[in-house]
Design a protein around this ligand. Structure first.
Ligand code: ACO
Length: 328
């Protein structure tokens, strides 16, 4: 069974509620329609009801069966939501500011998740990454012990070739301790995709073959991991990508490594490398890039690419619902 089928089976009939703030987008409503009708999740689509239904009609043979439509403009619980917003921002926003921001569908949807009225959120088909995830960073926040969220891709090809690439989406210039956190979060993420994690912290150097501030940043991330108790996965770095992936090169360049030559989780040294790296694997390597999937938040929120298809929306909702299931 391929991993996406497994992930769909996990959530079928569980009633997991996923907010889709972009109810005026045809890709979003057609994915919501398929998900709602098949009882995969309970989509909560935001927007003016008539406009959403008009978008559904335009999208084709779809309906809102199994979905809930909420119009933020006429939402009865808005005062309670504003009060909860002010409370969670702890002095960073007043009532007037909160009242303005909840008019933004991403803030409104994120508040539904925060208040426990939904289990997760998927947006970004028409909004930028920043506009999609900023409300989550401010309101949902990272899990205890996690300082930064990051975005990973599950890179999939055929049934058995599965890798995790991180951070490809959020932090432009992570520190050593950020990279150590991403290694831990990526190992956890790998398990959702039935990958037994072997984590490589990547660089253009293998075990000191070059020494620059950039390579030492990665080596220091490994030192930080070495100083931690109870890590339940193998990791190593700094490693070049070929040493991490290819058995022969791994044996040659890092003969004592538990990871070199067999890595399946790749932590990139910065966002340039991560973002470019996953796109090379996708476009030249023919891998399906599932994500970006945000890790480390208290509740799952995920960002779509503006170039996404209805299938991408569907898959991202399935993954978000699995994250929500794991968090319960
Ligand atoms: N993890 C957790 N919290 C964070 C993070 C993070 N990585 N970054 C910022 N925050 C928090 C801050 O602590 C702050 O919280 P507070 O208001 O409670 O104090 C809040 O989020 C806002 O912080 P800002 O620094 O103002 O964050 P900003 O609004 O500037 O943007 C963002 C954050 C959107 C993630 C920014 O770093 C960004 O734009 N990153 C790059 C995204 C991108 O363009 N990716 C590439 C495209 S995606 C793709 O191709 C797959």
């Amino acid at each position: 069974m391929d991993i996406m089928t497994e992930l769909r089976n996990n959530i079928l009939g569980k009633g997991i509620r996923i907010v889709l703030p972009e109810g005026n987008d045809e890709r979003v409503v057609s994915a919501a329609s398929v998900l709602g009708r098949s009882n995969m999740v309970k989509p909560i689509v935001l927007g003016n009801k008539e406009e959403v239904l008009a978008t559904v009609k335009k999208a084709g043979d779809f309906s809102m069966e199994g979905c809930e439509i909420i119009d933020p403009e006429t939402y009865e619980g808005i005062e309670e939501m504003i009060a909860a917003f002010v409370a969670v921002r702890k002095g960073k926003i007043d009532e007037e500011g909160a009242r303005k921001l909840v008019k933004d569908v991403n803030y409104f949807g994120t508040m539904l998740v925060h208040m426990g009225l939904a289990d997760g959120l998927v947006s970004g088909a028409v909004h930028s990454t920043g506009d999609t995830i900023r409300p989550a960073l401010q309101i949902i926040k990272t899990k205890p012990g996690v300082t930064k969220t990051f975005g990973y891709f599950a890179m999939l090809k055929e049934a058995k070739r599965r890798y995790i690439f991180a951070d490809c989406a959020v932090n432009p210039d992570p520190s050593s301790s950020d990279l150590a956190e991403f290694a831990i979060g990526s190992a956890e993420a790998a398990r959702m995709f039935n990958i037994d994690p072997k984590v490589a912290l990547l660089s253009f150097s293998t075990h000191g073959s070059a020494k620059t501030p950039a390579t030492e940043k990665v080596a220091e991330a490994v030192n930080i991991l070495d100083g931690m108790d109870n890590l339940n996965f193998d990791y190593d770095g700094e490693l070049q990508f070929d040493a991490a992936l290819v058995e022969g090169v791994g044996k040659l360049k890092a003969p004592d490594s538990k990871v070199a030559g067999q890595a399946n989780v790749f932590v990139f040294p910065d966002l340039n490398a991560g973002n470019i790296g996953y796109k090379i694997a996708q476009r030249l390597g023919g891998y399906e890039a599932v994500g970006p999937i945000l890790a480390g938040l208290n509740k799952p929120v995920n960002d779509l690419s503006r170039g996404c298809t209805a299938d991408d929306v569907y898959n991202t909702v399935v993954i978000t619902a699995n994250q929500a299931l794991g968090a319960k």
